[in-house]
Design a protein around this ligand. Sequence first.
Ligand SMILES: [Cu+2]
Length: 532
Amino acid sequence: MTGYDQQCMVARRAVMRWSLAAAMGGVLPAGAALISVRRARSDGSGGSGIPTGAGRPDDAGLFVAPLRVPKVLRPAATRDGVDRYEIRQIPARQRMLPEVDTPIWGYDGVFPGPTIEARRGRRVVVTHRNELPVPTVVHLHGGVTPAESDGYPVDVVLPLGQTADRATADRARAGVAGLARGSRAYVYPNDQPAATLWYHDHRMGFTGPQVYRGLAGFYLLRDDIEDQLPLPRGDRDLPLMIVDRMFAEDGSLFYPARDPSMREPGVVRAYHHSGVLGDTILVNGVAWPFHEVDAALYRLRLLNASNARQYRLRLDPPGGLIQIGSDVGLLPRPVRHDELLITPGERYDVLVDFAEYPVGTRVVLRNTLEQGRLGQVMRFEVARRVRDEARVPDLLVPAEQGPAQPSTGRHQDRRFAFFIGPEGTLLPPMINQLPFDLARVDARPKLGSTEIWDITADPTHPVHLHMAHFRVISRDSQRPAAQDAGWKDTVFVPSGGVRVEVSFAGYRGRYLLHCHNLEHGDAGMMTNVEVG
Ligand SMILES: [Cu+2]
């Protein structure tokens, strides 16, 4: 048996255990205040224990490594109102697990990639150089971006010095921006409110494995309105990228690809339905990190960059997660939650007041959808009392920037059914009963219009729309959940569906609507929206 087969078996065992537990887990009661999800439980022994040891007490070996905060990238040039950045996509090694380095593909060789800090109204141009062995595509998730810079999945950047095979060249001709050799300059106008955006790979059929290897980073957009608020700044404005991964015995990342040479897309059957789920939780690229904090107010920019895993986050000992922002901007006023469901692609900008805890308290960020090791994400250690100027504002942004009372009673303009069917059926993922086709456009909204969309899911999917933002009008035919507040670009769709109001402000062109379970997207759960 080869090493790959062994890994596959371990991985399959892990996922089978997960599936069985999920099947037995039942469903939380639906309600306006909570988003109900299918409950996935581990068996309580703590993960599948590929490298990190099953059978140990839940938190043995957890919280041993400090959190890393991604470096803020310095522009290569700033003139004429434009900030120019250069990023090399390169193979590298990084310490993710306590005792071994892991080979990654990273933006500038790190995972998460360097953080880009941008200002509203100030243009950013990022030139990406591809020094990896595979074609890449960069998408700025949440960005209102001209179509030719949006990272349409066949608009690949070929590795430096490589020529395209025929299929890649043909597909790129059917794309938006076409093929680039070695590098591409992506243009971001930043004509949108302050928000936590992120950039990640979006290559057709290979987004899952390429993000999994490390191609993801933060893009923090700031503006004057946000600057005037008494929010936490500097070290207390903390981006947290949460992912799950599997590792082989030698510390390398294990992705259960159907074709390990990565020439053909797809994952082994066990992950077809669920998407790839790992047994190790990483925050900012470190497995189960700890972070020393002052007894002060912090801003946590929570991002679920996992391929397929969802988390229901809660502080232990209990504390408020005071939401100030949604995917693409600040809310009109803060919303307090005890728990937050975060599905792949989503961001929640929250304030946490560590001054409510005695110095010395260890505050665990938990995932209450799981028990054991998978039920733990990271730990904050309240280290010292300090003077703190920050506070929770009563009002954040003017109501016209935030969502008004969503209009009710409007008729549905479009309907999208995201379907993968029951577990075990191995049906191809589809939208409105069709797999992705580069040449087919399923919606042609007018630039400047607002539409009402009904999105349903079988069984559930995190749905992401490029360029245009939306707000949730109803969920499961009931009032939206408290955490649905604000403008979003990614929404968790239960089988009962959501109704959203989509605002097509921005640019004309062909954009994607797709499932942000990356394996579902790679398998074809995507469609074209042509804004005209
Ligand atoms: Cu999906």
